[in-house]
Ligand binder design. Structure first.
Ligand SMILES: Nc1ncnc2c1ncn2[C@@H]1O[C@H](COP(=O)(O)OP(=O)(O)OP(=O)(O)O)[C@@H](O)[C@H]1O
Length: 642
């Protein structure tokens, strides 16, 4: 799953004179094709505090020359910093970096704390050095054509002194940009003003860009490209996601905090930001203000189909705009705010529509044919091309959820049933994995078992031991084999990673304090076998899947036990990384997901998907029988009420 290299792009694009921090100047108008062939690319480097610098690269540039230029521009040593592009830490070669990409410059973890100011521009206003236009679209896809008109309208209004308007609702910084007529044209959400990001204007600060955010498997500063991904994946405008693009945008309205205590700096100063820019959709309400029974079945289905594909963890009523159409109180639904979709691991989604009656109506022929034509491999290819910074972990979630949707719809499940299978449940105050996650855990186990069978190990080295646990559950014997490898906490993108914790209960939004408290508490926890993970007590038919799950959770508990025992494992993996100094990848690895996908090698992933598909049909059959059972109970209840 490697990133694709540059593809020739013919688009002509106006680019203003650019002066690099080292004083190199470039031509004002250049064809992108010309840039590419001469090895010249324009990139935007964002520091972890949100400062953005435009920079032109040529073929001779490498990560060191870029960092050296940044050092001069920012007046800070950058040898202890990393330049990253999505998953890739740029060590030297920059050939994977495409024209108009946004790169992130982060300080290495040992010297970082959320309370100290990170890299910041010097007083010479380096943010403005690149002299590019006030709004630059990042990327060259034809899907951006519609955005170009919008941008033109906004720039015209900006030049006439028409200021944008701050959006007061929501947790992140957002601004309505207007046209010359004073009408809202677009909503702009800077990536460094997201909740917990350094320049959040609403007091939700405390993390650097790239660290786990509001949802732990969505990093701070990475909601913007997810908004664009949702738009790009919404083929044929099926669910009506408003056109969205990533931009580099310069305006004095944007918020900048003082870095130390997160207080707003009141000075009116032009600042450049990387932001998502989405078409403004005039609307009358949002779905939380309106009786849901009037929503068209098609709109609910289409939005639901999108939400399932992208594992949307934030589809609450406020994220569905309601627009009146026609004379007879008909309405249309517009889905917005897709910043918390495509997490880096399987998460608990949030589907507001799950209990709406429309979701229980079978899919129409059109919808079924749309689903049948979805191709997750093509989706990944498209996203890698259009959004090269997208993480492979997000793409695996997309692939898995799309396969799940396709198989479930073909089996005959309705939207509500599919949504329910993806949603976690709370039992006795504990969060349990969803039916989808249970299937994944089982598939993973089968994949590992097959791998072991194909390459049996007879001699165990010193740091490997075989750990057999026989347990008799529901009359069956289950044996679990673990090697030391499985017990070691791993970096999230290493080829072999143990499963996630099963202990961390999630609310819709987790606060930093809660997470940190939980981490502390977790450190003192004693493994108690299955206690932390009650099997489906309320369901007398303990399934084979749940028994396997029980084994998985036991393996994770043992993992925790090893970690807390303070031996070699702890020292090796966290020796110099206390909870305050763990890298973003380590923090994500310790997140609350039951199932991680990013840690598998390509071969493992392929086998995993095969096993996953094999296991789906029994799981669907089980879900169908639950639905039929529930309907019978409902009918019985109705007839008893005479
Ligand atoms: N495309 C759009 N067209 C019109 N209004 C919009 C659009 N997108 C967002 N809004 C409005 O702006 C508000 C804030 O936007 P949004 O919910 O995306 O921000 P947020 O900070 O991510 O919010 P939250 O904290 O609720 O997730 C929305 O409640 C909605 O009223």
């Amino acid at each position: 799953m490697s990133n694709k290299s540059d593809s020739p792009v013919q688009t002509q694009m106006a680019v203003a004179v650019f002066r690099s921090p080292l004083g190199r100047e470039y031509l004002e108008k250049k064809s992108i094709g010309g840039r590419q062939s001469s090895g010249k690319r324009r990139v935007f480097v964002q520091t972890e505090t949100g400062c953005v610098l435009g920079m032109e690269l040529d073929r001779s540039d490498n990560a060191h020359t870029v960092k050296r230029r940044l050092q001069i521009a920012l007046n800070v040593p950058t040898e202890e910093s990393s330049l990253t592009f999505g998953d890739v830490v740029l060590k030297n070669d920059l050939s994977a970096v495409r024209n108009d990409s946004a790169l992130l410059l982060t300080r290495n973890l040992m010297h970082r704390s959320s309370s100290t100011p990170c890299l910041s521009p010097t007083g010479r206003d380096m943010q403005q050095r690149d002299k590019s236009g006030p709004i630059e679209l990042l990327g060259q896809s034809s899907s951006l054509d519609i955005m170009k008109h919008m941008v033109k309208d906004i720039v015209k209004a900006m030049k006439m002194g028409i200021d944008p308007i701050r959006v007061h609702s929501g947790l992140g910084g957002a601004y309505y940009f207007l046209n010359v007529g004073g009408e809202s044209v677009a909503i702009v959400k800077p990536t460094d003003e997201e909740p917990f990001a350094p320049n959040n204007p609403k007091g939700f600060v405390g993390k650097a860009l790239g660290q786990p955010g509001l949802k732990r498997s969505v990093r701070v500063g990475e909601t913007g490209f997810r908004e664009v991904a949702a738009y790009l994946l919404d083929y044929g405008h099926f669910a009506k996601v408003p056109p969205t693009a990533l931009v580099k945008i310069t305006h004095s309205i944007f918020n900048v905090n003082d870095g130390v205590n997160g207080k707003n700096i009141q000075k009116k100063k032009l600042v450049s930001k990387i932001a998502s820019l989405q078409q403004f959709i005039p609307h009358d309400f949002d779905a939380s203000d309106y009786g849901t029974s009037g929503f068209p079945v098609t709109a609910v289905h289409r939005i639901g189909i999108l939400d399932i594909r992208i594992l949307n963890t934030d589809r609450h009523g406020g994220n569905l705009l309601v627009r009146k159409v026609g004379a007879f109180s008909e309405v249309d639904l517009i889905p917005i705010d897709h910043g918390l979709c495509l997490p880096e691991a399987l998460e608990d989604p949030y589907f507001e529509w799950i209990h709406w009656p429309q979701a229980s109506i079978p899919f129409s022929e059109d919808e079924l044919s749309y689903i049948e034509n979805l191709d997750p491999a093509r989706d990944c290819e498209m996203l890698r091309k259009e959004l090269p910074m997208i993480r492979e972990a997000c793409l695996r979630v997309l692939v898995l959820c799309t396969i799940f949707l396709k198989e479930a719809a073909a089996y005959g499940l309705c939207l509500a049933e599919i949504g329910e299978m993806m949603t976690r449940e709370f039992r006795s105050g504990e969060e349990e994995p969803s039916e989808l996650e249970v299937v994944c855990l089982e598939a993973r186990k089968m994949m590992l078992a097959e791998k072991e069978e194909l390459s049996p190990r007879t001699d165990l080295s010193d740091n490997e031991f075989l750990f057999d646990i026989d347990c008799d559950v529901a009359g069956s014997d289950f044996t679990m084999k673990m090697t030391m490898d499985d017990l070691l906490p791993k970096a999230p993108f290493s080829p072999r990673l143990g499963g996630g914790h099963g202990r961390n209960p999630l609310s819709r939004y987790e606060s930093i304090e809660e997470e940190e408290e939980e981490e502390e508490e977790g450190d003192g926890e004693c493994p108690e076998g299955f206690a932390a993970f009650p099997l489906h007590e309320k369901n007398p038919a303990v399934s084979k899947l749940s028994v396997s799950l029980k084994n998985m959770m036991l393996s994770e508990t043992s993992q925790k036990h090893q970690k807390h025992s303070g031996g070699k494992v702890d020292n090796d993996c966290h020796g110099n990384t206390s909870s305050g100094h763990r890298s973003a990848n380590e923090q994500l690895s310790a997140s609350s997901s039951f199932v991680k996908l990013a840690d598998m090698t390509e071969d493992e992933w392929t086998t995993f998907l095969e096993k996953f598909q094999e296991l789906l049909y029994p799981a669907f059959a089980k879900r169908k029988s639950i639905t039929i059972g529930q309907r019978q109970i409902q009918r019985l209840g109705t007839s008893c009420q005479f």
